[in-house]
Design a protein around this ligand. Structure first.
Ligand code: PLP
Length: 494
C-alpha cells in the first residue's frame, strides 16, 4: 500500500516525497478538513497535542497511543452497525467489521495466551459488566444451579429475574477494598456492580500494605462469594493469582481478574507465572488504553466455558460495536506483540522502582513501602498535606498526578491522603531511571514547599500556599526535561 506516494507522485518529485513526513501530512490534513466544519473542535484537537507535549504526565492510568493506533480510529468503519458477533450479526453487510473483529480477537489471544477474546467492550467498565452478566448467565444455565428453571438468559422476564435472585441467594462479590486500591466496578455502591451484588472486601495487611492472602482466604470461606475479583486501580504491588485461584476453588467462586491497569505488563511479559492472571482466572477484563497503550476501550478474555455467554455482550449489555475502535485495538495488539513493547514494559517498571526509591530517599512515605508495578501511592500526610492539596500544588508546578486514598484513609474518598503516581506515559516518551529520579526530586521539593492554610483556627482541606516564583522555577526545569523527550516527534503541526 502506498496511497500517499502514488497520489503525491502526480505533483512532486520522488526526492521531495522522501522528505515528507506521512504522520505530519495525515494529522495536518485531518485537522484542516475538520476545521472547515468545526474550527473550535479542530483547535481543541491541536491544543490537546500542545498540552500533552508540555505536561509531565504521571497519571498512572494514562499513556500515549502510537500514531498507527490513532490513525486506525478515524475512518468510515465507524459508519457500520454490527450488533452481534463475528459471523452472527443482526445487520447485513458486516464483512469488513467481521474481518476487523476477528483479527483483533486473534491478536489478543496471541498476545495474552487466552482461549477467547471479546474485543467489543467500549470501555473497562463495560468489559466488567459483560463479565458479570456472563458469569451470572452461565450459572443460571448451569443445570446444577438452575433452580430458577431458566432456559436462556435472553428470554428472561422480570419475574424470572426475581426468581433468579432468590434462587441464587448468593449473589456475592468479593474484591479489593476501595481505599486499598480497588475499583468502583468491583462491587461498590456508586457503580451498578454494587447494586447487582452483595459486596464484600478483602484488604491489605495494615503493617505491610500488601494484600493479606490468608485474610482473603478466611473472608472468602465465610462469605462464599459467587465471584472473587482480583485487580486494582491503585495497588502498587504484584498480585499472586495462583493463590487467588486456589482460594476461589476452595470456596467454589468464579475467579475474575480486572487487569485494566497492568495489562501492558502482562502483554510485555513483566508479569509471568503466578503473576499473569490469564492462565489462572476464569475470566479476565481489561482496558486497552493504560499500560497497554492502545485506543480507549475494553476487552474480555475468558476460558471456553464462559465464551458463549461473553459473546452475548452485544446487545445484552453493550450497544453496537465500534468498528473503528476494534481496528485500533488490533493495531495496538500487533504493536504490543513486538519485542520493543517488552522492552517498554520492563522500562515502565524499572522507572517506577527508580522514582519510588528516590522519593523515599528524599523522605517521602509510599504505601507498602514502594512498588513492583507501574504505580505508587505517596502518603502526603508526611508532608502535612492531604491528597487534594498535594495534587493541586503539583499541578500548579506542571506535574500531573491524581489524588487517591491510602489504606484506611483518615481524609475519606474526596480529599484523600495520597497521590497516585505512574510511569507508563513518560516511559513512552523515552524517559529512563535517571530522568525519573529527577522527577522524584521535583515532586519532593514541591510538596515540601507547599503549606496548608489555617482559617479561624482550622486547617482548610482544600487551600494551600505555594510560592508562585518557586512553581515557575519547577516549571522551567520540567520544560527543559520534556524538551529532551519529544512527544510524537514525527507530527510537526504545533
Ligand atoms: N477497571 C479498573 C481496574 C480501572 O482502573 C478502570 C479505570 O480507571 C476501569 C476498570 C474502567 O475503565 P474505563 O474508564 O475504560 O471504563
Amino acid at each position: 500500500m502506498a496511497y500517499l506516494e502514488n497520489y503525491l507522485k502526480q505533483f512532486v518529485s520522488e526526492d521531495i516525497i522522501s522528505k515528507i513526513s506521512a504522520e505530519t501530512l495525515s494529522f495536518a490534513s485531518a485537522v484542516d478538513v475538520v476545521a472547515k466544519t468545526s474550527p473550535e473542535i479542530a483547535q481543541a484537537i491541536v491544543d490537546e497535542l500542545r498540552d500533552q507535549r508540555n505536561s509531565l504526565k504521571l497519571i498512572a492510568s494514562e499513556n500515549y497511543a502510537d500514531v498507527e493506533t490513532l490513525l486506525a480510529m478515524g475512518n468510515w468503519l465507524t459508519d457500520k452497525y454490527a450488533e452481534g458477533s463475528v459471523g452472527h450479526r443482526f445487520y447485513a453487510g458486516c464483512q469488513n467489521i467481521d474481518t476487523v473483529e476477528r483479527i483483533a480477537s486473534q491478536k489478543a489471544c496471541e498476545l495474552f495466551g487466552a482461549e477467547n477474546a471479546y474485543v467489543q467492550p467500549h470501555s473497562g467498565i463495560d468489559a466488567n459488566l459483560v463479565a458479570y452478566w456472563a458469569i451470572m448467565a452461565a450459572k443460571v444455565e448451569d443445570p446444577a444451579l438452575n433452580k430458577a428453571n431458566v432456559k436462556n438468559v435472553n428470554q428472561m422476564d422480570d419475574q424470572d429475574w426475581d426468581a433468579l435472585r432468590k434462587a441464587f441467594g448468593n449473589q456475592r462479590l468479593m474484591g479489593l477494598s476501595l481505599d486499598a486500591g480497588g475499583h468502583l466496578t468491583h462491587g461498590f455502591r456508586p457503580n451498578i456492580s454494587g447494586k447487582m451484588f452483595e459486596h464484600y472486601s478483602y484488604s491489605v495487611d495494615p503493617n505491610t500494605g500488601v494484600i493479606d492472602y490468608e485474610e482473603m482466604r478466611k473472608i472468602a470461606n465465610e462469605v462464599k462469594p459467587l465471584v472473587l475479583v482480583g485487580g486494582y486501580s491503585a495497588y502498587p504491588r504484584k498480585i499472586n493469582f495462583r493463590i487467588m485461584r486456589e482460594i476461589a476453588d476452595e470456596v467454589g467462586a468464579v475467579f475474575m481478574v480486572d487487569m485494566a491497569h497492568f495489562a501492558g505488563l502482562v502483554a510485555g511479559k513483566v508479569f509471568t507465572g503466578d503473576f499473569d492472571p490469564v492462565g489462572h482466572a476464569d475470566i479476565v477484563t481489561t482496558t486497552t488504553h493504560k499500560t497497554l497503550r492502545g485506543p480507549r476501550g475494553g476487552m474480555v478474555l475468558c476460558k471456553d466455558w464462559l465464551a458463549p455467554y461473553v459473546l452475548r455482550g452485544c446487545p445484552l449489555v453493550l450497544g453496537g460495536p465500534l468498528g473503528h475502535m476494534m481496528a485500533a485495538k488490533a493495531v495496538a495488539f500487533e504493536k504490543a506483540l513486538q519485542p520493543e513493547f517488552q522492552q517498554y514494559s520492563q522500562q515502565v517498571v524499572k522507572n517506577a522502582a527508580a522514582l519510588a526509591d528516590e522519593l523515599m530517599r528524599c523522605g517521602a512515605t509510599l504505601t507498602s513501602g514502594g512498588t513492583d508495578n507501574h504505580l505508587m501511592v505517596l502518603d502526603c500526610t508526611s508532608y502535612g498535606l492531604n491528597g487534594r492539596q498535594a495534587d493541586s500544588a503539583l499541578l500548579d508546578s506542571g506535574i500531573v498526578t491524581n489524588r487517591n486514598t491510602i489504606p484506611n484513609d483518615p481524609n475519606g474518598a474526596w480529599y484523600t491522603s495520597g497521590v497516585r503516581i505512574g510511569t507508563p506515559a513518560l516511559t513512552s516518551r523515552g524517559m529512563k531511571e535517571d530522568d525519573f529520579r529527577e522527577v522524584a526530586r521535583m515532586i519532593d521539593e514541591v510538596l515540601r514547599a507547599t503549606k496548608p492554610v489555617e482559617k479561624d483556627g482550622k486547617i482548610s482541606p482544600s487551600k494551600y500556599e505555594l510560592d508562585s516564583e518557586f512553581s515557575a522555577k519547577i516549571k522551567t526545569q520540567i520544560n527543559e526535561l520534556l524538551a529532551r523527550f519529544p512527544l510524537y516527534p514525527n507530527i510537526d503541526i504545533v
